[in-house]
Write a protein that binds this ligand. Structure first.
Ligand code: URP
Ligand code: ZN
Ligand code: ZN
Ligand code: ZN
Length: 517
């Protein structure tokens, strides 16, 4: 037969189109999209039965167990995170490789990434994954000077296909000074690396935390009080200024604050290359979800993350930002910790914080599985404007901004991997068509979901990764799990502006693109 797989009777939905058509898959690639493909031309026929067919999701913000254990005992291995991803329609995740501070030399960062890839090569992966680099420190590690960092980032890109870097403006041990943020941005700009920024003013957080502790205000809820929206707003504004100084495109991750959104919007209006990610939890949960529940006065700790869940009224600003383009992408910021179970070989991360002071609660919550279903649902509830918008922010834009488009994030015959989600037709009943979210649906290693019991109107019926069905009506297809590491190219979104705030201007010895000087 002409095609290995034919998907029939679906409604194709991409970032730009919504129309009925059939899809022909050959091997790992999308080979054809036509009004009609005769079933005789297909080896395997999948009847979409009128359901929406989208590109697989790209979750570009997922934390899994990694050699450096920068975030402590997270629940999921890469294998478990990819398993949970495909159970929710995500077919590519981008996780993090942290700088190994024990390594030195011009390939120290590159070696950090390689060691991370080696660790994952032994796991069964249900979908493809990429890695961002986390720069933990600049001093004393061979990255002290601008030029060495420049060289390192060039090597990371050449050796590993890593085209993005995350830096932090908060967290003890990770917080960077403005000077080092400039160094990171300088080296990023020079190499065409996308700089991802965790924007919270770590000094304000520290000050407020000490003050709250002094008053005996220690419960999980006060984690949020220790870092209100202005804390994110200030850091966002400062990072925009630093990025403007370096003429460097930046992307703010996990944006949750109205002040931050306004700053981002203003920067975008001014023509700066500023992108932003938000997460479903900021649109759907609130600070009230960090309060005590069901007699467990620590249960709110499950929903502690940074930036924290915000007051109820902030949610509408998050939805507005998704709809009006202020947010370029949505990521889950999946960072799961076991709350209570004693799973074999896993460490219960919450034990360490002795269920006392909020300062010691591990930050983060699971979400790699629920991101797409929750946002698909948001279209059906008129919170998100269209299914095309859903695909744009969850699939297509992440691929573009992180340099894997159109291999990922699109349904382009001849170019795109056959990473596809077939959703249930809305009006039909099936033996398996979940109506509420439960933790066992999510296939992750964590023992809770912040969205337990939340009603949803749809769920991925089939998830196809590189042409193979990896999830079908509630069941994982273990034998089809053939995920791989993907090297990425540089962003296909915009280049720097070539505008400098003064006669100060770095002298570059190399250009990384015809238009970047
Ligand atoms: O609370 C969070 N977001 N944990 C994950 C680490 C990070 O900063 O993204
Ligand atoms: Zn962060
Ligand atoms: Zn994160
Ligand atoms: Zn323990």
């Amino acid at each position: 037969s002409t095609y290995d797989v034919v998907i029939k009777n679906g409604i194709i939905c991409t970032a730009s189109d919504f129309y009925p058509a059939d899809i022909g898959i050959i091997g790992e690639k999308i080979a054809a999209i036509c009004d009609y493909i005769d079933p005789v031309h297909g080896g395997e026929i999948i009847d979409a039965e009128g359901g929406i067919v989208t590109p697989g999701g790209i979750d570009a913000h997922v934390h899994v167990d990694e050699p450096m254990k920068l975030l402590g005992d997270v629940a999921d291995t890469m294998g478990e995170a990819t398993r949970s991803a495909v159970a929710g329609g995500t077919t590519t995740i981008i996780a993090f490789a942290s700088q190994d501070l024990s390594l030195t030399g011009p390939r120290a960062l590159s070696q950090s990434v390689k060691n991370t890839i080696d660790m994952y090569s032994e796991q069964r992966l249900y979908c493809d994954y990429g890695l961002h680099l986390i720069l933990a420190r600049l001093e004393g590690t061979g990255t002290a000077t601008k030029d060495i960092l420049d060289q390192q980032l060039g090597n990371v890109y050449e050796d590993c296909g890593v085209s993005s870097l995350k830096v932090f403006m908060t967290y003890p041990g990770l917080q960077m000074s403005d000077y080092n943020l400039l160094n990171a941005m300088y080296a990023s700009r020079k190499n065409g690396i996308t700089t991802m920024i965790h924007a919270e003013n770590g000094d304000i957080v520290r000050w407020m935390t000490e003050s709250l502790e002094g008053q005996g205000l220690l419960e999980p809820y006060y984690h949020g009080v220790s870092r209100p929206t202005i804390v994110e707003g200030e850091a966002t504004n400062r990072a925009v200024t630093l990025a403007q100084t370096m003429d460097n495109p930046i992307l703010f991750v996990h944006v949750s604050s109205p002040e931050a959104i306004n700053t981002i919007r203003r920067a975008q209006t001014a023509g700066l290359k500023v992108y932003a990610e938000t997460c479903p939890q900021y649109a759907l949960l609130s600070d009230q979800d960090t309060k005590c529940a069901h007699g467990d006065n620590f249960a709110g700790a499950k929903n502690v993350c940074s930036p924290p869940l915000r007051p109820e009224e902030v949610k509408q600003a998050i939805w507005r930002g998704m709809n009006n383009g202020s947010f370029t992408i949505v990521g889950s910021d999946h960072c799961a910790y076991l709350y209570s179970s004693k799973a074999k070989g896993k460490h219960n991360a919450f034990e360490k914080c002795d269920r006392g002071r909020f300062r010691y609660i591990p930050n983060g919550m699971p979400g790699v599985c629920t991101r797409l279903p929750l946002l698909f649902d948001a279209v059906m509830r008129n919170k998100l404007n269209s299914f095309m918008k859903f695909v744009e922010i969850n699939c297509t834009n992440p691929a573009k901004v992180y340099g894997c488009y159109p291999q990922k994030g699109a349904l382009l015959p001849g170019s795109s991997d056959a990473d596809i989600v077939i959703w249930y037709p809305n009006d039909k009943e099936y033996a398996f068509k979940p109506k509420v979210i439960t933790n066992d649906l999510l296939e992750h290693a964590c023992d809770y979901t912040p969205f337990e019991g939340v009603e949803i109107k749809n769920w991925p019926r089939f998830t196809i990764a590189r042409g193979k069905v990896v999830y079908k009506e509630g069941k994982l297809m273990h034998d089809n799990a053939t995920g791989q590491y993907i090297r990425r190219k540089k962003t296909s979104l915009s280049y720097p502006n070539n505008e400098w705030p003064s006669e100060w201007r770095p002298i570059y010895t190399k250009c990384n693109s015809p238009v970047i000087q």
